[in-house]
Design a protein around this ligand. Sequence first.
Ligand SMILES: [Fe+2]
Length: 248
Amino acid sequence: MAFFGLFGKKKEPLVPLRELGLTCDMHSHIIPGVDDGAPTAEESIKLIKGLNQLGYKKLILTPHFMTGFYNNTPNAVKQKLDALKAELKQQSVDIDLDVAAEYYIDYDFMHDLSSKPMLTIGEKMLLFECSFTNQHRNFDETVFEMQINGYKPVLAHPERYSYWHGATRLMHEFHDRGILFQINILSLIKGYSPSVCKAAMTLIDEGLCDFIGTDLHNAGQLAAIENAMIPVSLMEKLKKCNLLNNSL
Ligand SMILES: [Fe+2]
C-alpha cells in the first residue's frame, strides 16, 4: 500500500528485506571472544539462531584479523568454530557453519598473502576491509598482491568508506579490476548514516553489488536486520544484482 509522507510526497511501499531470500551470509562477527563481535558462546548461539530463523542455512563467519587489535590466527578461530558447532549440534540447531576472515589491510596481511595459508570464502575469495578515515596508499598494491597469489578480493562494505563517496568511476574501475563488492544490510536501512545509505544505493544502481552481508556483531544489529524493511524498487534492483550469496 502506498502512503504519503511530509508535504504530500508519495512514499514507496516497503517490503521485508528477508523476502530477498538470502540463504548464505558471508560476513559476521559471531565467533565468541575473538573480536568486537559476540563476547560469549551464549551470545553467539543466540545470534546464529536468529539468523537461522531469518532463513539463513549457511553462515561463513569472518572474525577481524588486524595486527595490534585482533591478533587472530586461523588455527585459533577454527578451534572456536569447532566448539560452536558442537554446541549447536547439542542444541539441535541445523545450520552449516564455516569460517573465513575479514582482513584489514596492513603489513602482516600483505606479507602473509604470499607466505601463509589464508582463511578464504569458498576456494579463494578473501574478504578485506580498509581504514574508515583515509584511503590506504598501498590499496592498489595490496589488491594486486592478492590477485597474483591466486585470490579473489572481496571488499567489505565499500559504501562505508566516506572518502570514496561520489567516486563512482573509481568504484567501476575497482570492480573492472576484479574486486567484488559486499554491501551491508544495515547500510540499506540507514543503520550507519544517510550518506552511507546513499552510497549503498548508488553502488546498487550501478550494478556494483556482488554480496549482501549482515556484518553482524550483536543482538541490537540482529533486531535491526530482523525488522529491516526496504522500498519495493530497491528489492527489485537487488534481485537484478546477481548476488553470489546463495552460490557459496
Ligand atoms: Fe565486519
